[in-house]
Design a protein around this ligand. Structure first.
Ligand code: NAG
Ligand code: NAG
Ligand code: NAG
Ligand code: NAG
Ligand code: NAG
Ligand code: NAG
Ligand code: NAG
Ligand code: NAG
Ligand code: NAG
Ligand code: NAG
Ligand code: NAG
Ligand code: NAG
Length: 345
């Protein structure tokens, strides 16, 4: 009996000690719980998708919430497509163990709160397909572990903040379908591990800077529907081991020749250059891209003969050559469609 009581008091003491030593400012499980409940309460309609966010169960079992294996702290929040409506509350910035935040495909409005700059461990932020607005937050550049940024299909405006080019770990940069303007920053070339670059459907102007199309890790680049002018930089595919698979630059005002260097990108599957003002002839080297499935060059000012090597492209599914000044359009025997924009990616 006495030992029982003793250990009872001892454990009370330890409990008390633990509670006291974890000061008010140290974030813990209940900080995360409070953050998530504040998030839920900030929504303008109570969505059925968050029905099981209830305090009688662990937050780690709540739908869309993932915790770390050791500590009961939230490491991922994924409420993509949960039909949520409202603003993003600053309280999300208290989820200090968060590595992945996906609030995409909802109806969030307003800016991204600056309190999210406290999420030092963040690797993925996906806020795409919402109605968010404001400038691209400059503090994103202080999150040194970021790998994937998706802010596409919102109404962000202004320039890409220069602070962002500090994040050397970036793999995905998706700012597509916003209201961004200005030049395409040459510092994008500093992202030496970048795999996907999407700036489509903005108001970018000026020429494409050197360096960007020569990032050796680059797989996908999409800048269609902007106002880009000038020539396609001829350093495209000039690094040792180009991984480029898709280059999508249609609906711009690009000038000059198609760089023959493109023939060095042996992984290329899709080339979309429709509706620009490109001139000169189609480089013969294009005919050596054996994985090519799309070669879309319609509505330009291309001249000369269609290289017979194009007939070697056995994987080609879409060939667009119409509305150019090419010779011998109909002498080429290619079993492919002379179609174009209706096969857009
Ligand atoms: C967690 O932190 C809050 C204050 O932020 C504090 O009141 C609470 O006692 C702490 N809980 C534990 C289990 O440490
Ligand atoms: C938890 O509370 C909710 C109401 O807030 C209730 O619907 C649910 O049944 C409770 N779950 C458990 C396991 O008690
Ligand atoms: C909440 O819902 C999700 C998805 O429906 C389910 O996986 C999870 O087990 C539920 N959690 C609780 C505590 O009921
Ligand atoms: C979030 O969940 C959706 C499916 O519900 C999934 O497609 C998406 O990849 C997830 N996001 C992250 C960052 O894992
Ligand atoms: C969570 O964040 C909000 C807003 O940033 C702040 O006012 C609040 O004190 C924080 N709560 C905790 C428990 O840290
Ligand atoms: C956003 O709200 C509109 C209008 O209520 C609705 O039609 C649309 O499906 C919603 N979008 C998402 C992604 O929930
Ligand atoms: C979000 O934007 C879409 C189209 O831009 C619009 O149809 C929808 O009503 C907007 N939703 C909200 C909640 O503002
Ligand atoms: C994204 O934006 C583009 C351009 O405004 C639009 O064509 C596309 O339908 C949008 N995607 C979704 C899923 O809303
Ligand atoms: C880049 O990061 C360093 C420290 O990591 C910081 O001192 C510097 O101000 C940052 N630059 C920008 C432009 O944010
Ligand atoms: C980009 O890289 C160049 C050359 O390596 C360097 O001089 C410059 O400071 C970098 N810019 C930023 C914003 O980090
Ligand atoms: C392309 O990048 C490589 C490094 O990956 C560099 O050595 C080469 O000089 C660059 N090419 C041009 C034309 O700048
Ligand atoms: C391409 O086709 C031509 C004939 O049109 C042929 O002479 C040449 O060897 C082919 N090249 C390759 C790499 O298959």
């Amino acid at each position: 009996m006495e030992t029982y009581l003793l250990s009872f008091y001892l454990s009370l003491f330890i409990l008390n000690f633990l509670t006291l030593s974890s000061t008010q400012t140290t974030p813990n499980y209940s900080t995360d719980q409070q953050s998530l409940l504040s998030f839920k309460n900030s929504l303008t309609q109570n969505p059925t998708s968050l029905n099981n966010w209830s305090t009688n169960t662990s937050i780690c079992g709540w739908t869309g919430v993932s915790c770390g294996p050791r500590h009961q702290r939230v490491t991922a929040l994924n409420v993509s497509g949960f039909a949520l409506r409202g603003t993003l509350p600053p309280h999300l910035g208290n989820l200090t163990f968060l590595r992945s935040l996906d609030v995409s495909s909802n109806n969030f409005t307003g800016p991204i709160p600056s309190h999210l700059s406290k999420l030092r461990r963040l690797r993925t932020i996906n806020a795409g397909f919402n109605n968010l607005t404001g400038e691209i937050p400059p503090w994103l550049g202080s999150l040194s572990q970021l790998q994937h940024i998706h802010l596409n299909n919102n109404t962000f405006f202004g320039r890409i903040p220069t602070s962002l080019f500090n994040v050397s770990t970036l793999l995905t940069l998706d700012f597509g379908n916003n209201l961004l303007d200005g030049d395409v920053p040459k510092e994008i070339a500093n992202f030496s591990s970048l795999e996907r670059l999407n700036l489509e459907g903005n108001m970018f102007m000026g020429s494409l800077p050197y360096g960007i199309l020569n990032i050796s890790s680059l797989v996908d680049v999409n800048m269609r529907y902007n106002s880009l002018s000038g020539e396609i930089p001829n350093d495209v595919c000039s690094n040792e081991n180009p991984k480029l698979k898709r280059i999508i630059l249609y609906n711009n005002q690009l000038l000059g020749r198609i760089p023959p260097n493109m023939g060095n990108c042996r992984e290329l599957e899709e080339i979309w250059l429709t509706n620009n003002s490109l001139s000169g002839s189609i480089p013969i080297a294009i005919g050596s891209l054996s994985k090519l499935e799309v070669l879309s060059l319609s509505i330009n000012r291309l001249t000369g003969r269609i290289p017979k090597e194009v007939g070697n492209l056995t994987n080609l599914k879409t060939l667009g050559l119409s509305s150019n000044k090419l010779e011998g359009m109909f002498s080429v025997t290619l079993q492919i469609f002379l179609s174009d924009l209706n096969h857009s990616p």
